[in-house]
Design a binder for this molecule. Structure first.
Ligand code: CP
Length: 311
């Protein structure tokens, strides 16, 4: 692959190859010296048109640990504010010969469009409610390390599915790896036609969580509920917020996940989120660096394998 735009384009063996390499980077990241030269001489530009803590920081750390020259575009201070378009901005940066462009954008499809215009490898760091492929990959690595496998697991994804690119990428990845997926949430936050993806849909947490191996919670994405129905936080927590009582319906060794940023007391109880016997939320963050190192390393290997004529 030239780009990493979405899980949609990856096969089961692509996913396994990324996770296997990421596993070795996860081990390296726990060593005192973490530096390699896999991306030495390459230029990585991070363009985040939407807020981020985890994704932006981990892409920057990943690039630096691999020896790339990393530049973070301060989009708030860029000429986008003077009316320059996304494509003109991308073409301008493209003329500076970057090798890897990491892009987050609030509009679904914006990153795919940009990838068609530039010469370098493009990594989607989240586009609208479309895809967040490195999030699904880091979730998969976290599950594989916690459960010892990434197939034939029963996995519940809970909450605001309709507005979530994390849910969309995870549904595709976990489906490709042959897991049973249960979606739990209010019908108003469930996308139309979702059952066609081979998932089971529930609006009751006790029923949906029964005997699952993995519980993945999602944030209520109010910023994407433009004009639509916004549930009250108190009512939402009562019905769909994960606490110890609701988690008791899952398997006794079920793990709790959240991509972050989380709203404590809205979709998840704060004490449960911090319980290291059940919650792998900090492992997800740790695996984020390893997965992004692996994704960029594999794309860079492809770049180097291309002849100048085909780049
Ligand atoms: N999970 C995730 O994408 O977090 P950020 O928005 O902080 O990058």
């Amino acid at each position: 692959h030239k780009h990493l735009l979405g899980i949609e384009h990856l096969s089961q063996s692509d996913i396994t190859a990324i996770l296997d390499l990421a596993d070795s980077y996860a081990d390296l990241n726990r060593q005192p010296l973490k530096h390699t030269d896999a991306l030495a001489g390459l230029t990585q530009i991070n363009m985040f048109f939407e807020n981020s803590t985890r994704t932006q920081a981990s892409f920057e750390i990943a690039g630096k640990r691999l020896g790339a020259d990393v530049m973070n575009m301060a989009m708030q201070a860029s000429s986008i504010k003077k009316g320059e378009t996304l494509i003109d901005t991308a073409m301008t940066l493209n003329a500076m010969h970057p090798d890897l462009l990491v892009v987050r954008h609030p509009q679904s499809g914006a990153v795919d469009l940009l990838a068609q215009k530039v010469n370098c490898a493009v990594l989607n760091a989240g586009d609208g409610r479309h895809e967040h492929p490195t999030q699904a990959l880091l979730d998969a690595l976290t599950i594989r390390r916690a459960k010892g496998r990434l197939h034939r697991l029963s996995i519940a994804i809970c909450g605001d599915i309709a507005h979530s690119r994390v849910a969309r990428s995870n549904i595709m990845l976990l489906g490709k790896m042959e897991n049973r997926i249960r979606l739990i949430g209010p019908p108003t936050l469930m996308p139309a036609g979702i059952a066609e993806f081979g998932v089971e849909v529930f609006d009751d947490m006790a029923e949906g969580l029964k005997d699952v191996d993995v519980v993945m919670m999602l944030r209520l994405q109010k910023e994407r509920m433009d004009g639509g129905f916004i549930p009250s936080e108190r009512e939402y927590y009562h019905r769909y917020g994960l606490d110890a009582d609701k988690l008791a319906h899952a398997k006794p060794d079920a793990i709790v996940m959240h991509p972050g940023p989380m709203n404590r007391g809205v979709e998840i109880d704060g004490t449960l989120a911090d319980d290291i016997n059940r919650s792998v939320i900090q492992d997800q963050v740790e695996m984020g660096v390893a997965v992004r190192m692996a994704a960029m390393d594999l794309l860079a290997r492809n770049l180097r394998a291309r002849t100048p004529e085909t780049v």
